[in-house]
Ligand binder design. Structure first.
Ligand SMILES: Nc1nc2c(ncn2[C@@H]2O[C@H](COP(=O)(O)OP(=O)(O)O)[C@@H](O)[C@H]2O)c(=O)[nH]1
Ligand SMILES: [Mg+2]
Length: 294
């Protein structure tokens, strides 16, 4: 059988504007804060951001840590630190979730030569849906910050003045970058890629593949499954049936089943689960998605 490798256009359109804007700002930036999804800290990183901010101290915030496996999250923090980054796990949707982020930024600045009273500019970046707005809004509220949209070369960045000595620079756009399909599938399952890029059926297949490989018991328990069938298509059918999502004539409402599966995973209904680890754990191998690429 001839196998055709599937080419997916993950990010349509031109997104190089953000890159240009960051490059214009780079000299005034003291610290880079990149927000990641704690469940997929590698897939949710932006390699292009690292490339254009090279040499700047970088704090990686593993957000949504309420949804990720605690042990694996801890191993990611250790891993990132061993790579020379600062790293911190947070859950920004709880009351005090973002507490400590600004203090951490100040500490990092001082460790990198800033005086306690010097003004610090912090570039805040993150791919869609990792919780960037939630974090920035909580920091604004906490500090009663003023938000400025200065004309001129900073017009596309919001500058959020959180104190006399600290300003956050919010990057609105996303940076286009090429990535492996496995990364794309993970991002799609977590909701960081518009659902219109991949159809819900493919996203739910990817989600089920991730769970079957890494967290089979959580999957079985949540959807009352005893044994996994041969294909994800049959598994979706089984789940639809066990949830009573039937249409006239007793056929499973396939679309509804796909939507529910993806929604419950995104919402953490299956427990605290991570989908990548910093070691070469086979459960998270990119190979698991191969059958979707054909
Ligand atoms: N469970 C959980 N959900 C979060 C957390 N932070 C953000 N979210 C949710 O993730 C979704 C995307 O957040 P948003 O701040 O809009 O992401 P942005 O696209 O990066 O600006 C929203 O539904 C948030 O409520 C978190 O720490 N834990
Ligand atoms: Mg946002």
């Amino acid at each position: 059988m001839r196998q055709v490798h599937r080419q997916i256009q993950w990010f349509p359109g031109h997104m190089n504007k953000t890159r240009r804007l960051i490059e214009e700002q780079i000299n005034r930036i003291d610290i880079v804060v990149e927000i990641l999804d704690a469940r997929i800290p590698a897939a949710s990183r932006n390699p292009m951001l690292e490339e254009i901010t090279k040499g700047k101290p970088t704090l990686l915030i593993l957000n949504k840590s309420d949804l990720s496996d605690d042990v694996i999250t801890e191993s990611w923090i250790d891993f990132f630190k061993s790579e020379g980054f600062y790293a911190k796990a947070v859950c920004s949707t709880t009351a005090n979730g973002v507490k400590g982020i600004l203090g951490e930024c100040r500490k990092i600045a001082q460790e990198n030569g800033a005086k306690p009273e010097s003004k610090i500019n912090v570039l805040v970046a993150g791919i869609p849906n990792v919780g960037k707005s939630t974090i920035i809004n909580s920091l604004k509220k906490e500090k009663k910050a003023s938000v400025q949209n200065k004309p001129g070369h900073t017009k596309d960045f919001q500058r959020i003045v959180v104190s006399n000595t600290m300003t956050l620079i919010d990057t609105p756009g996303i940076l286009w970058h090429k990535f492996e399909n496995a990364t794309g599938y993970r991002l799609a399952v977590m909701g960081s890629i518009k659902d219109s890029i991949l159809d819900m059926y493919t996203i739910s297949q990817a989600a089920l593949i991730m769970l079957e490989n890494a967290w089979p018991d959580a999957l079985k328990e949540r959807f009352n499954i005893e044994d996994f069938p041969e294909t994800e298509e049959e598994l979706i059918d089984l789940i639809g049936r066990s949830r009573g999502m039937l249409k006239k004539g007793g056929v499973v409402d396939f679309e509804r089943a796909c939507n529910i599966i993806v929604k419950e995973i995104r919402d953490g209904k299956l427990g605290k689960l991570s989908f990548e680890s910093p070691d070469n754990d086979e459960r998270f191998s990119p190979e698991i998605f191969k059958k979707l690429d054909m």
